[in-house]
Design a protein around this ligand. Structure first.
Ligand SMILES: CC/C=C\C/C=C\C/C=C\C/C=C\C/C=C\C/C=C\CCC(=O)SCCNC(=O)CCNC(=O)[C@H](O)C(C)(C)COP(=O)(O)OP(=O)(O)OC[C@H]1O[C@@H](n2cnc3c(N)ncnc32)[C@H](O)[C@@H]1OP(=O)(O)O
Ligand SMILES: CCCCCCCC/C=C\CCCCCCCC(=O)OC[C@@H](O)COP(=O)(O)O
Length: 366
């Protein structure tokens, strides 16, 4: 183990990183709160300010992935689609199998300049996670309870609000609705069987309602669906704690750009289209497992310096008083921040995931 690697695994380093993340995050949350009156005067200006404030938080995690852990992210995509990435609104469909899949998504957002504005259809529970969840409120992130009777109206309304959003964004949808576990996979394949759908090996059966409602409400606003399939080399199982320890991973993302006009408007046809998409995604994962790569040409969009510059800025700002005072209070604060972050990281751990998708459903075999 090199000296640098040893340093990255030190508890004191983690304490400092957590302290900077928590204190800067809370400052940003407070600044976001201050933008509330501005929404009444100029909604678009308030949105633009919040995009930049949110960037200050999420880019710290991107910096940890790219600069601290040195994780490499390779993009497999058609070179003709490449110039459009970041220059249009898009709906991103991504597999949900890894604890840091959202962070890899963020990294690509940053590389294409849409990190501050990007959105997701997220479970409501995440809205209460300090810093990130609170920040999302001001970003107009769309939350769902995963109860269609309640979601159908609220999700459609939140999506309608995004139609005049002032900057380009990617709207992320994890159509599987929950993270992959063997148990959830087994249950969802029973559902697939009862619906006469082919079995999937690497994905849960996609939930189609959220996709349909998103496509319907963002038609005319989003130009395309980016079908994205993520995997890691050498069977790596990446975690946020691994990133914090400076462990380097190798992410591969296969993206196909599908113009929105190609997606059927009718709900049943749209659902069938999504099921077919997931069968294709499954075959890409099979190809990856067999060959260690996705089909097609690769590009590695370069990491940008802004996430690192932002991180260094907050480190300087918040560690300077720490150096001056260096008393029990600041150490206690760091320790509390570290415990808080450990709890937040728990939200990303699959073992601590929800029971959504675990329950056997009465099957209607016709
Ligand atoms: C160039 C680079 C390109 C790309 C870069 C990549 C990414 C970057 C992009 C953006 C990044 C931005 C932000 C990322 C940051 C952080 C993200 C972090 C986390 C958030 C993630 C989440 O919270 S995921 C959980 C919430 N989201 C979802 O659930 C979405 C999917 N779900 C749905 O769409 C659902 O339909 C619903 C939520 C709208 C409603 O759920 P509900 O359960 O009420 O209804 P369903 O329709 O799903 O259920 C009833 C039908 O489902 C059948 N059923 C029953 N059991 C199962 C089962 N186990 N599996 C599958 N189907 C099942 C049932 O039979 C019913 O069927 P019907 O035929 O009657 O419909
Ligand atoms: C500068 C580096 C600082 C490192 C410390 C980072 C601390 C912040 C840690 C976590 C922030 C919370 C991010 C929330 C994203 C969680 C994404 C997620 O994976 O949600 C799960 C959801 O899809 C489905 O849930 P279930 O599978 O049903 O259960």
């Amino acid at each position: 183990m090199g000296v640098l690697q040893l340093l990255k695994s030190q508890f004191l380093c983690h304490l400092i990183i957590c302290y900077v993340f928590v204190v800067s995050g809370l400052i940003i949350n407070l600044l976001q709160l201050c933008t509330l009156p501005l929404w009444l005067v100029s909604k678009q200006l308030a949105r633009r300010i919040n995009i930049r404030l949110a960037y200050c938080v999420s880019s710290q995690m991107v910096a940890a992935l790219e600069w601290w852990s040195g994780t490499e992210c390779t993009l497999y995509t058609d070179p003709k689609s490449y110039p459009l990435y970041g220059n249009e609104n898009a709906i991103v469909v991504l597999n949900h199998s890894f604890e840091i899949d959202f962070l890899c998504g963020w990294t690509f957002c940053d590389r294409f300049g849409v990190l501050g504005s990007s959105k997701v259809l997220a479970k409501k529970e995440l809205a209460y996670v300090p810093i990130i969840g609170w920040m999302w409120y001001f970003l107009e992130i769309v939350f769902c309870k995963r109860k269609w009777e309640e979601d159908r109206r609220t999700v459609a309304q939140s999506l309608q609000n995004l139609r005049d959003y002032p900057e380009n964004y990617w709207f992320l949808l994890y159509c599987e609705g929950t993270r992959f576990t063997p148990k959830k996979h087994q249950v969802s394949m029973q559902v697939a069987e009862s619906k006469g759908l082919p079995k999937l090996k690497y994905h849960l059966l996609p939930r189609t309602k959220g996709f349909w409602v998103t496509v319907q409400n963002l038609r005319g606003t989003a130009a395309a669906v980016y079908d994205s399939t993520l995997n890691f080399r050498n069977n790596e199982s990446p975690t946020l704690l691994g990133i914090l320890n400076g462990k380097k991973y190798h992410a591969d993302l296969y993206v196909r750009r599908i113009p929105l006009e190609m997606i059927p408007e009718d709900e049943a046809e749209c659902a069938a289209w999504l099921h077919k998409l997931y069968q294709e995604k499954d075959s890409f994962q099979e190809h990856y497992t067999q060959t260690g790569c996705f089909p097609g040409p690769t590009v590695s969009p370069p990491r940008r310096p802004w996430s690192l510059i932002n991180w260094l800025f907050w480190c300087c700002l918040l560690l300077y008083p720490l150096d001056n005072i260096l008393n029990v209070l600041s150490l206690t604060l760091s320790f509390t921040a570290s415990l808080g972050v450990r709890w937040m990281i728990g939200q990303t751990e699959i073992d601590k995931g929800s029971s959504y998708g675990n329950k056997e459903v009465p099957l209607n075999r016709n």
